[in-house]
Design a protein around this ligand. Structure first.
Ligand code: C2E
Ligand code: CA
Ligand code: CA
Length: 407
C-alpha cells in the first residue's frame, strides 16, 4: 500500500475477515412521501474504525475479476439483511449493484433463486442495478442472465442513466423496469440547463415507455420539488438521507418520516401523456396526408390508442375520484377528455378513409377544439393545486406576502 492504493490482497483479506458490509440509503416515493426501500452500498469497515467507500477498492476488484467473489459472499449478507428488514417492512425494496462479470455466469441467478425458493425473501424485495457500460457489449450471456432474473420476478434498473453513449438503445432492447438518473446529472441541474433538459426528456421518454424513474443525488429541497413536479417516481439523495448503517436504516423504517408529496407530479405526468397522445394523432394525420396510401403499412409504430381509459389523464381522474376527491371538480375534464379522444379516432379514420380535404379539415377542427378545452380544464386544476401547495407550506403569512407583492 506504499502509493496509498489498496491492493487486491488487502481486499481479499478484508472480505474473508468479514470487514465488508452494506450501508443503506433510503429511497422515497414521490407519490406518498414515504420510504419504499433503499439502495445497498458496499463499505469496508476497517478494524481501526475507518470506513472505506467502494470507489477506493471496487475498481481493483473489477479489473482482477475478484468482484465475483465479493458479490457471491456479499449477496448472502444482503439477503440476511433484507430478511431482517422485512420483519419491520415486509414489502421493502432493496436495490443491489452488480457488475458485468457477475452477469456473465449463472451463479448469481442460482443463489437468488434458492433464497427466493426457500422464502427467505420475496422477489419484490430485491432489485438489481446495472450500469449501461456493464452491458454495452450486449453479450448473449448477460442478456440471458437478465431474462432469468426477470423470470424470477426481480426488477432490473438501469443505473447512472444520462451519462452513457448508448443508453437509449440498450434501454429498448433489455427488460428494464426502471431507470435511475445519474447523481451527477441531477446535481448539476441548478448549474446548467442542459442537465435539466436531460432529466426532463429522460422522464418523458421513460413515461412513454412505461418505465419507472428514480432520481439519485437529490441534495436540495428545490431539486426534490422540481423532480416531484416533473413526474419522477422515486428519489434518493443526501437531502433526505445519506447511506446509513443497517441499525440506523431500521430506525427510519420504524419512525416512518414523511417527505413532501403531492398530486401535482401525477397531474403533470398524466397531462404530458395526454399531450403526447395529441401529438401522436397530429403526427399520424400529417404523415398519412403526406404519403402514398400504398406505403401506409410502413409507418413508424406509435402505439396510438384512442380509448380515453388508456391515457394517463383518463387514469388520473379515475384514481382521484376513487380516492374520494370532490367529483364535480373533475367532471367537466372527464367529459371533455373522452370527447377529445373520440374526436381523435374519428380524425384518423377520416384521413384513412380518404374522404376528401373538407372532411379532414372539419375533423381536425373538432379535435383541436376539444383539445383546447381539455387544456383549459387542466390549467384550472393546476392553479387550484398551486394554491393548495402555498397553503400547506405556510398557512397564512405566505398568502399575505403574495397578495402584497401582487399589488
Ligand atoms: P452508484 O450505484 O451510482 O451509487 C450511488 C452513489 O452516490 C453512492 O456512492 C452514494 O453514496 C452516492 N450518493 C447518494 N446520494 C448522493 C447525493 O445526494 N449526492 C452525491 N454527490 N452522491 C450521492 P458510493 O456508496 O460511494 O458508491 C459508489 C459506487 O460504487 C456506486 O455508485 C456503485 O457503482 C458502486 N457500488 C457500491 N456498492 C456496490 C456493490 O455492492 N457492488 C458493486 N458491483 N458495486 C457497488
Ligand atoms: Ca446504483
Ligand atoms: Ca450513479
Amino acid at each position: 500500500m506504499s502509493d496509498g492504493n489498496i491492493t487486491l490482497a488487502e481486499i481479499e483479506a478484508a472480505l474473508h475477515a468479514g470487514e465488508l458490509c452494506f450501508y443503506y440509503q433510503p429511497k422515497i416515493s414521490f407519490q406518498t412521501g414515504r420510504m419504499v426501500g433503499g439502495e445497498a452500498l458496499l463499505r469496508w469497515h476497517k478494524p481501526d474504525g475507518t470506513l472505506v467507500p467502494p470507489g477506493l477498492f471496487l475498481p481493483q476488484a473489477e479489473e482482477s475479476g475478484f468482484i465475483t467473489d465479493i458479490t457471491a459472499v456479499m449477496v448472502t449478507e444482503l439477503v440476511q439483511d433484507i430478511a431482517r428488514l422485512r420483519v419491520l417492512k415486509p414489502d421493502i425494496q432493496i436495490a443491489f449493484n452488480v457488475s458485468a462479470l457477475d452477469l456473465r455466469s449463472p451463479y448469481l441467478v442460482k443463489m437468488l433463486r434458492s433464497f427466493i425458493g426457500n422464502q427467505v425473501i420475496n422477489p419484490g424485495n430485491i432489485q438489481i442495478e446495472i450500469t449501461e457500460t456493464a452491458i454495452v457489449d450486449r453479450s448473449e450471456r448477460i442478456h440471458g442472465t437478465l431474462l432469468d432474473l426477470v423470470a424470477l420476478g426481480i426488477e432490473i434498473v438501469m443505473d447512472d442513466f444520462g451519462t452513457g453513449y448508448s443508453s437509449l438503445d440498450v434501454l429498448s432492447q433489455l427488460p428494464f423496469s426502471a431507470l435511475k438518473l445519474d447523481q451527477g446529472v441531477v446535481g448539476r441541474m441548478a448549474e446548467d440547463s442542459k442537465n435539466t433538459h436531460i432529466v426532463r426528456s429522460s422522464l418523458l421518454m421513460a413515461r412513454d415507455m412505461s418505465i419507472r424513474t428514480i432520481a439519485e443525488g437529490v441534495e436540495t429541497e428545490t431539486a426534490y420539488a422540481f423532480l416531484l413536479a416533473s413526474g419522477c417516481n422515486e428519489a434518493q439523495g443526501y437531502w433526505m438521507s445519506k447511506p446509513l448503517p443497517i441499525e440506523d436504516f431500521k430506525q427510519i423504517i420504524h419512525d416512518q418520516p414523511v417527505w413532501p408529496s403531492s398530486e401535482l407530479g401525477f397531474l403533470y405526468n398524466a397531462w404530458a401523456n395526454h399531450l403526447s397522445y395529441r401529438r401522436k394523432v397530429l403526427d399520424t394525420v400529417y404523415t398519412l396526408t403526406m404519403t402514398d396510401p400504398a406505403q401506409w403499412d410502413k409507418m413508424p409504430k406509435l402505439d396510438l390508442r384512442h380509448n380515453a381509459a388508456y391515457c394517463r389523464l383518463g387514469q388520473w381522474y379515475r384514481d382521484i375520484k376513487r380516492a374520494g376527491y370532490a367529483e364535480d371538480t373533475y367532471e367537466r375534464l372527464e367529459v371533455l377528455h373522452r370527447e377529445m379522444h373520440a374526436a381523435g379516432e374519428i380524425l384518423v379514420k377520416t384521413v384513412q378513409g380518404q374522404t376528401g380535404t373538407e372532411a379532414i379539415i372539419a375533423a381536425t377542427d373538432e379535435f383541436l377544439k376539444f383539445s383546447e378545452q381539455v387544456d383549459q380544464e387542466v390549467s384550472r386544476i393546476l392553479a387550484m393545486s398551486f394554491a393548495d401547495g402555498l397553503r400547506q407550506r405556510d398557512p397564512e403569512t405566505q398568502l399575505g406576502l403574495d397578495l402584497k407583492s401582487a399589488e
